[in-house]
Design a protein around this ligand. Sequence first.
Ligand SMILES: *[C@@H]1O[C@H](CO)[C@@H](O)[C@H](O)[C@H]1NC(C)=O
Length: 315
Amino acid sequence: MLKFILVAALVGAAFSNPESKIDRALLSSLETKQVANVMVSFVGGNVKVVSGIENMKFASRTQRITTLKADLESQAEVSQENVRNYLTAHKSHFKTFWISNQIYITGATRQLVEAIVSFPEVAEIHEERIIELDSPVAPKSSRTPGILAEWGIEKIQAEEAWEISNGTGIVVSNIDTGVRYTHEAVRDNYRADYGWYDPYAETATPNDGNGHGTHTMGTIAGSMGIGVAPGSTWVACKGCSTSSCTESALIGCGEWVTCPTLPDGTEPDCSKAPHLSSNSWGGGRGDLWYEPVTEAWIAAGIVPLFSIGNSGILF
Ligand SMILES: *[C@@H]1O[C@H](CO)[C@@H](O)[C@H](O)[C@H]1NC(C)=O
């Protein structure tokens, strides 16, 4: 009985105190900066839709992904309707995401944040994450390209795997700083058709202001002995600007990888989805914020790959 009263009291407290849905770091940020870019999550997220699709049979992968996207869009439509209407009425700048059932709001004030959490369908609100990238470490000595495989390729026995497949017929993707698609090691296997999306600036062709993304795509799909799957074709999404990745761009790329669009974000075509998504960015141990996206990828039949850091220490 006492247990019941305690649980009831706790549940009651959660309902009567919408402020508990505001992330603490966001509260202090708003105190110092007055405004913040925020992500709003909704009760239930995308879990019901994603697990529903996982258990369904489809005639083709395209049909599976198209249905997944349509169902996630209707879920987001319903969950987000009241908040969307409120934001429109208050002339807020926002972007909705179907993949994770979230809304991104730029320049939110404390007053707006408090109004948003008063909607019972809102689960949580936090300041947008910004993920810093590690810089690639250049080798001490250079090698003659194209003669021998890189030591890393040799080390993981990629050459032995090439006896079975070098990636022919497979479409790979990365979410990174972009790719310099004119680089000699990657220029021949870029798939220009639905091959590029840059949520920061909707640029028309692949570009990389850092070098990190060209480096990772080279490792994935480069020719001249630097890539693991030189026979594959590649597409890319610019989830990271020059040296950091914003949460909203990473989620936007999560959508694009699932169902690619033209570089201006229009005309989605889920038949163009890559077979895998490589990600060389990350966060702390046990941080699950990107899980709604990776779960959707798995339901779509897209293999998620994440680096485990550059320090050489396995945690
Ligand atoms: C990959 O393998 C295919 C078929 O075995 C071959 O035709 C192709 O030249 C190879 N591509 C590369 C880049 O090694």
